[in-house]
Design a protein around this ligand. Sequence first.
Ligand code: ATP
Ligand code: MG
Length: 429
Amino acid sequence: MSNKIQAIRGMNDLLPEQSAQWQYFEGQMRQLVQRYGYAEIRTPVLEQTALFARSIGEVTDIVEKEMYTFADRNGDSLTLRPEGTASCVRAALENGLLHNQTQRLWYQGPMFRYERPQKGRYRQFHQVGIEAYGLEGPDIDAEVILLSARLWKQLGLREHVTLELNSLGSSDARAAYRDILVSYFEDHRAVLDEDSLRRLQSNPLRILDSKNSDMAPMLKAAPKLLDHLDSASREHFERLCGILDAAGISYVINPRLVRGLDYYSRTVFEWTTTALGSQGTVCAGGRYDGLVEQLGGKPTPAVGFAMGVERLILLLDTLALVPEDACPRLDAYMIGMDEAASKSVLLLAETLRDACPTLRIQVHCGGGSFKSQMKKADKSGARLALLLGEDELARNAVTVKWLREDRDQQTLPRQELAAELIELLDISA
Ligand code: ATP
Ligand code: MG
């Protein structure tokens, strides 16, 4: 007996029932980004390891312990992308998209992180994200947030998510604050856990992000970066808050929001929900003005976000917000009632598809008794069955039998069938 090969832990199959929900979400998102003038960019899932090490930061969870990194047959170190922003900047630079111009881009696709799989946390997961380049004012930060807020409204999630906002200031302001923070943490060394002690020198800001509840009171009382912002960043933040106020977008200022990647500066934000347990962040983003230069380009302001698609679909599912008709069901199921008729149904369906491109029709394949074919028709979810038997063949006609509605069965001439179906099903030609 051979053992069955199974999928890799934390990497999920998406079955037909779920893919309907995914298509609904992706459709809403695609339509939305188009309404804001963002263009799609698709990049490879594999990149050189150095891209992520250099951009995300050596002392981050992702680079320290979550990347799928391996040597290819040439000995080059490659990494499955753990997020989309670094690849997006790499591709934009490599293809000259940032040359004296602004860009509004979006992407979607699988990301890979070696984490402990649990609800809302997987090893292959999906993000959809947007990135805007070449714009430095708070107006574009606001646009990015407004776009996400509109998505929540469209999906019926507005009451279920909260916007948390913070500013990380300029890198100079952050460096000065870092010293203040380190000396505060030194004074409270006894409360720091192992992870935090390790980060004390390498990445002390990340300690603020700790979820260890024993440290919570100490972190709550820690000096706040918002109180140590440079004046330009303070003004940027105030103007952003002003636009959000005017747009009626409510937010909570969270001074401990620092984000897990090194490249952020100024605005950072997260949309969170309490409906998913501890994996509550569904969208995270901010400004990363230094990254393009860090990856070899000219200094270019940049801002964006990434959404976790699995978490959003879990949320939509939990709250029963995916519409019944998210996945359109079949209109018609066609049956050949005897061997002669079975020979013509495939081609007859083709003529119907020619005449009516919106018609969703499935043809019974594989023969069987009329009864078993009708069972299949019913199971298919179609609204009606199209029956072709000896009698219909002789009369050059097709019988329409409603499967879920109390409507009379009727036999229609073939040449009128397409037009009649469009009428009967109330679909467009
Ligand atoms: P977390 O604190 O939950 O680990 P993160 O800060 O690592 O999140 P980001 O790198 O900001 O996450 O990614 C953006 C979004 O992608 C997250 O808010 C989340 O919705 C989703 N995400 C991140 N990691 C995973 C994962 N392993 N599985 C599923 N979704 C994820
Ligand atoms: Mg993480």
